[in-house]
Design a protein around this ligand. Structure first.
Ligand code: MN
Length: 357
C-alpha cells in the first residue's frame, strides 16, 4: 500500500508539496492538469514539468486524478474516435513518465456535486454537505449560473470550466439515453483503451458517482455493488478497475462499503482507494466528517481490514477533509484534516497488518 495525497499543480493549491512531504507515511501525490482542455493530448513536456516539481520535493507522481473523458465519448458521437486516440496518446505519455494508475469517471455532464461547501459543524469546523431536497430543486440553469459566476460559493474543484456553456444542451441530450445505451458507450471506450492500459502498464480506476443519487435525470453509472459488477464486467482485464471512494459510495446507507472493499479488492480490481467518512443525517442527506469511524457513519477499521485481508496493494489517499483550525482554501482539500486522515488511516493499516501477520 502506498499512501498518497491529492495535489493541484500550477499554483492552484493552498497546500504545498513541502507540507505534503512532511506528513508521516505519505510518499506521493495524485495530480491532474486542469489547464489542458478535456479531450486534448497531455504532452510529455506538460507532464514532465509537473513530475519534476513533484520529484524535486521528494515525492512520487504515479497516480493521475483525473484524465477526464470528453463528452463526445460519453455520448457516443462519431467524433469519439478522435478523442479516444488522444486519450491513448495521453496514456502513452503518462506511462513514459512513470504513471501507474489513472483515476477517471464516467458521470455524464456532471462531475461531483454538493449542495453546501461550508456547512458549519458543532465543533467549529466546516465541511461539505448534500441535501437531496436542495439538489432536486436545483435547475440546470441555476447550477450553471452559480458555477460560472461563483455565486453560492458553488465552484466545485475538478470541474473544467469548458463544461458549463454546453451543460444545458448536454443534459437535454441524455433525457433520451437509457442506462443500457449509456453502458454501450462506456464499453466502446473501455474496449478501445484497455489493451493500451495493458501495454503501457497502467491501472484504470473508475470513480463512483458522487453523490450516488440521480441528478437531472442523468444516467447513473457507478453507484452500488451491482453497477460496479456490471462496469467491471464490461471489460474483463484487471486494468479495468475501480477507484473505491468510500465517501461517495458510503453516502447511500444501503451500500455496504466494507463488503464492496472485500469483493472488488479480492478480484485485484481496486488500484486506488479514497478513504473518507460521511455522516448520514437523513433520507438522501449527509455531510462529510473527520475520517475517524466514530465521527461518521462508516466503519473505517472494517474497510481497511477488508482491503488488507483481500490483498489490496494499491494507492490510498485520504479524501476530503473538513476545514479546521481556521484554514481556508479549496473545499475538501485543506491540509490539516486530510493530514490527520492520512495519519489515522496509516494507524489503522499498521494495526490491521500486525494483527494479521
Ligand atoms: Mn473520491
Amino acid at each position: 500500500m502506498k499512501m498518497i495525497f491529492r495535489w493541484f499543480p500550477h499554483g492552484d493549491d493552498t497546500v504545498t508539496l513541502e507540507q505534503i512531504r512532511q506528513i508521516p507515511g505519505v510518499s506521493g501525490v495524485a495530480v491532474m492538469l486542469p489547464h489542458i482542455p478535456v479531450g486534448e493530448v497531455w504532452s510529455p513536456e506538460e507532464i514532465n514539468a509537473v513530475k519534476t516539481e513533484v520529484n524535486n520535493a521528494g515525492l512520487e507522481m504515479e497516480v493521475i486524478e483525473s484524465v477526464n473523458i470528453h463528452e463526445d465519448i460519453k455520448q457516443g458521437l462519431a467524433t469519439r474516435d478522435m478523442y479516444i486516440q488522444n486519450y491513448i496518446e495521453t496514456m502513452k505519455n503518462l506511462s513514459d513518465a512513470g504513471i501507474k494508475c489513472i483515476c477517471y469517471n464516467f458521470m455524464p455532464v456532471m462531475d461531483w456535486y454538493r449542495s453546501e461547501l461550508y456547512m458549519p459543524l458543532a465543533d467549529g469546523s466546516n465541511a461539505m454537505a448534500y441535501n437531496a431536497k436542495i439538489a432536486r430543486e436545483l435547475t440546470a440553469d441555476k447550477m450553471i449560473k452559480s458555477m460560472m459566476d461563483g455565486s453560492n460559493n458553488l465552484s466545485l474543484p475538478g470541474w473544467e470550466p469548458e463544461r458549463f456553456p454546453k451543460m444545458a444542451k448536454d443534459i437535454e441530450f441524455y433525457q433520451g439515453v437509457s442506462q443500457d445505451e449509456y453502458f454501450k458507450n462506456i464499453k466502446y471506450f473501455l474496449d478501445a483503451i484497455i489493451p493500451y492500459a495493458e501495454e503501457y502498464d497502467i491501472d484504470f480506476g473508475v470513480h463512483p458517482d458522487d453523490p450516488p443519487y440521480p441528478m437531472f435525470n442523468l444516467p447513473r453509472v457507478v453507484n452500488n455493488a451491482e453497477a460496479i459488477r456490471r462496469y467491471l464486467a464490461l471489460n474483463p482485464s484487471k486494468r479495468n478497475g475501480l477507484t473505491l471512494c468510500t465517501g461517495s459510495l458510503g453516502a447511500n446507507p444501503n451500500n455496504d462499503v466494507p463488503a464492496m472493499a472485500k469483493e472488488f479488492a479480492a478480484l485485484g480490481k481496486v488500484p486506488f482507494v479514497h478513504l473518507r467518512n460521511v455522516l448520514h443525517t437523513g433520507e438522501g442527506e449527509f455531510h462529510e466528517s473527520a475520517h475517524l469511524s466514530s465521527d461518521g457513519s462508516l466503519d473505517m477499521f472494517k474497510i481497511v481490514e477488508a482491503l488488507y485481508k483481500s490483498g489490496f496493494d494499491g494507492y490510498i489517499r485520504p479524501d476530503h477533509g473538513r476545514m479546521i483550525w481556521g484554514e481556508t482554501g479549496r473545499p475538501g482539500y485543506g491540509l490539516y484534516d486530510r493530514a490527520l486522515g492520512a495519519c489515522y488511516i496509516n494507524g489503522l493499516w499498521e494495526a490491521v497488518k500486525k494483527l494479521n501477520t
